[in-house]
Ligand binder design. Structure first.
Ligand SMILES: Cc1cc2nc3c(=O)[nH]c(=O)nc-3n(C[C@H](O)[C@H](O)[C@H](O)COP(=O)(O)OP(=O)(O)OC[C@H]3O[C@@H](n4cnc5c(N)ncnc54)[C@H](O)[C@@H]3O)c2cc1C
Length: 219
């Protein structure tokens, strides 16, 4: 859009990404009463035994756990205790487009500005408490192994062409995905997601794309 000269005020602004916290805990077979026979061994080349989740349930627990059970050579029966949590939607977090520099595809060079606010860090610390409690339910979790991954690590980026109910400079498209001020320009993809997610983003983006497809059918 920037390269095409379509540059709404909100383009690239309010980039959002949930924070990601990783960690591993050795599953304590004795405590859980498991024997070797209870632990499935995945086929060769398949590292995962199972994948589970602890869903976000809104304000009461705005964090999402992604738990991967693995048979790790040399380490044993391990549960990866990854947790995601919301971050604030702030205009400071944004993509800046260059009018001078281009990328390898000849498109405007992008500079990403993103940082965690104090409120984000509070949420990250609260999420680590949930992670510690869950991990300690199946083994003995070393808090030092809880790792807050650098921004960008989630690959779940949203909000840079966000959807909104009013053309007030904070959003790029209306609730049908139509770019404000244009009759025949529609956007889909995770960029239109207007809310802060705690989970993988593609399903949410896809549901909004269905909404836009329905609107397009009536154009
Ligand atoms: C390794 C990896 C694993 C992931 N795992 C998950 C997961 O398990 N679950 C999950 O929910 N999400 C996952 N994601 C994130 C998910 O892939 C993205 O969030 C999602 O694909 C974004 O969809 P999109 O339609 O917004 O953008 P994209 O899928 O990036 O689609 C944009 C399309 O536009 C095309 N394009 C770009 N510029 C131009 C141009 N100038 N002209 C024409 N075409 C152009 C691109 O080629 C691309 O096909 C993962 C991402 C990665 C990289």
């Amino acid at each position: 859009m920037w390269a095409s000269g379509i540059r709404p005020e909100a383009l690239g602004v309010r980039l959002n990404e949930h924070a990601s916290i990783s960690g591993d805990v050795l599953i304590d077979a004795e405590r859980l009463g498991l024997t070797d026979a209870d632990i499935p061994h995945p086929p060769s080349g398949e590292p995962f035994i199972g994948s589970y989740w602890s869903p976000s349930i809104g304000a009461a627990r705005p964090m999402h756990g992604q738990l991967m059970e693995r048979d790790v050579e040399g380490a044993g029966h391990v549960l990866s205790v990854g947790w995601y949590c919301v971050t604030e939607i702030r205009p400071e977090n944004r993509v800046e487009f260059s009018d001078e520099l281009t990328d390898a595809l000849g498109l405007p060079h992008m500079t990403v500005h993103f940082s965690y606010s104090e409120k984000d860090w509070e949420m990250i610390r609260a999420t680590q408490k949930v992670q510690f409690a869950a991990a300690n339910a199946v083994g003995s979790f070393d808090p030092e192994s809880s790792d807050v991954l650098p921004p960008g690590a989630s690959l779940h980026f949203t909000g840079t062409v966000r959807m909104g109910t009013e053309d007030d400079g904070t959003c790029v498209v209306d609730t049908d995905g139509r770019v404000w001020g244009y009759e025949n320009l529609f956007l889909v993809g995770n960029g239109v997601i207007p809310t802060a997610l705690t989970c993988n983003s593609t399903l949410t983006g896809s549901t909004l794309a269905v909404r836009t497809a329905r609107a397009l059918m009536s154009v």
